[in-house]
Design a protein around this ligand. Structure first.
Ligand code: MG
Length: 159
């Protein structure tokens, strides 16, 4: 049996914060305002995985009021989600992400994002797709107020 899930997240730009997307720190003048490291791509991905597994959402498992998750590396959260899925007899078939950002240019960072996400998901890199797009200046991402991300995940269940 296969199960699919969808995830979405958005964070606002803030000065003095690192910009971490898909597990990669990207050199830029601003980063994401968040309780965690603000990795919107991984947060969307975690929600897609948890959604596919019928396990709620990232906020339920890692509350942003919990000091344990203050400035946490989101890759730790992703690996925890994958461990939970494996414990439920589910493995990742493939994931697909779209990061929506007017700036900075993300193309040079996509291949390392894929490699890091694949390592955390415990799948080969060909099962991980990461895309980046702008909104041609429209909306909050277009105005450079923040970055958003969409993800879908397909899981295979053992039963
Ligand atoms: Mg988030």
């Amino acid at each position: 049996m296969y199960r699919s899930g969808i995830g979405y997240d958005a964070h606002r730009f803030a000065e003095g914060r690192p910009l971490v997307l898909g597990g990669v720190e990207i050199p830029y003048s601003e980063g994401m305002l968040a309780h965690s490291d603000g990795d919107v791509a991984i947060h969307a991905l975690c929600d897609a995985l948890l959604g596919a597994a019928g396990q709620g959402d990232i906020g339920r498992h890692f509350p942003d009021t919990d000091p344990e998750f203050h400035r946490v590396d989101s890759r730790i959260l992703l690996r925890d989600v994958v461990d939970r899925l494996h414990g439920l007899g589910m493995t990742v078939v493939n994931v697909d992400l779209t990061i929506v950002a007017q700036r900075p240019k993300l193309a040079p960072h996509i291949s390392i994002m894929k490699a890091r996400l694949a390592a955390d998901l415990k799948v080969s890199a060909d099962r991980v797709n990461v895309k980046a797009t702008t909104t041609e200046g429209m909306g909050f991402t277009g105005r450079g107020e923040g970055i958003s991300a969409y993800a879908v995940a397909m899981l295979k269940c053992s039963e």
